[in-house]
Design a protein around this ligand. Sequence first.
Ligand SMILES: Cc1cc2nc3c(=O)[nH]c(=O)nc-3n(C[C@H](O)[C@H](O)[C@H](O)COP(=O)(O)OP(=O)(O)OC[C@H]3O[C@@H](n4cnc5c(N)ncnc54)[C@H](O)[C@@H]3O)c2cc1C
Length: 369
Amino acid sequence: MTTAERYDVVVVGAGPAGSLAARAAASGGARTLLVDQRAELGQPVQCGEFLPAPEELADIFPFPDVIRAAYEIPSGSVLRETNSMSCIAPGGRRYRFPLRGFSVARRSFDKALALHAEGAGAELRFPSGVTRVRGGSVTMASGAAIEAKVVVGADGPLSTVARGAGFAPARQLYRMITASSVGEFPPEIDLFFGSVAPGGYAWTIPKAGAANVGLGVTRLSRGATLGRLLDRFVRSLGLPPAEDPTCWWVPIGAPPGSAVRGCALFVGDAANLVMATNGGGIPTAMISGWDAGQVAAEHVREGVPLAEYDRRWKEHLFRPLARGHRLKRLGDRVASTDALLDFGMRYIGASGLDAMMRLRWPGRLGGNS
Ligand SMILES: Cc1cc2nc3c(=O)[nH]c(=O)nc-3n(C[C@H](O)[C@H](O)[C@H](O)COP(=O)(O)OP(=O)(O)OC[C@H]3O[C@@H](n4cnc5c(N)ncnc54)[C@H](O)[C@@H]3O)c2cc1C
């Protein structure tokens, strides 16, 4: 019989959520293991690779100190700075508003964050998949067993840790496809709404000499595929065929009432912590990861109850995320056709769309509680 390795904290998944959790746990003195099933972190790219600037993020989640600590954008991963976003209605009308941000390369972004966790003292292992979690017992694909006082589920929307712990937040998965298209693009994020991407949007996000192009949908009509929709979208913009398409999911369901089950803490996509109106989940993954890692270390060091994690992430993220989810649901109900979307977007205008992207009600539609 082989004996199990023992750690204070095992973090499953070295995406942005897991790397921040591992960094915070190791910095807090916990003996921490960070594992990922991928052979290369950040690869394949399943992301639009856009990040808002920290001050824009603080406008949505007003905790500048947390953002300063957790929301690190490694400079080597930045490809372009952007300064505005445009929402383009089905009829072609463009609504533009200022938004400072960056396009990054997830391949270097994810690697850099994992290396920073390692630099803080976490042990990093990949490719190293987890097949089963029961309480603090973690079984690796190799068959090896690991025992942990705390397990952090940072393994994305199809989380194995969540299955093992009986954590089942209300999942609502956006189907997404992303690819790259060669060309010169202005420093602006373009989001195209309507039947181009039913229930979601299509995008171009400028990179160096190329753009990340893709789309996310909540529904597909009979015979439609993500690949065909993307081809049609790219052709409609006169761009060359998109290269390296990959498909994945974004969980846009409501944020959970609790992200703690027994000795497991859930972060990022595994906990549904995505901004539903804009589909962005990296910043919230990093903040929730940071909160979870800190609490895990305090639990190991001083016996702080793990429920403290719920208190922290909810303070930092819950209200805007829940509001974003309500806004998205209302938008889907009201603007169900291209004509209604054209009308709705004209009615709320650029400032209303700007508000919605920031998880706020458009001024014309009411309050922001
Ligand atoms: C097409 C697309 C475009 C997007 N565009 C943007 C964008 O522009 N900006 C933005 O902010 N967000 C965007 N998102 C959302 C964003 O990618 C996610 O919200 C974010 O990556 C969540 O981070 P995470 O660390 O929780 O999960 P992930 O980044 O998914 O990381 C999970 C990690 O867990 C690992 N893992 C999974 N299962 C196991 C296992 N059993 N054992 C070991 N390891 C495991 C995976 O290999 C992976 O590395 C997009 C998503 C998609 C699909």
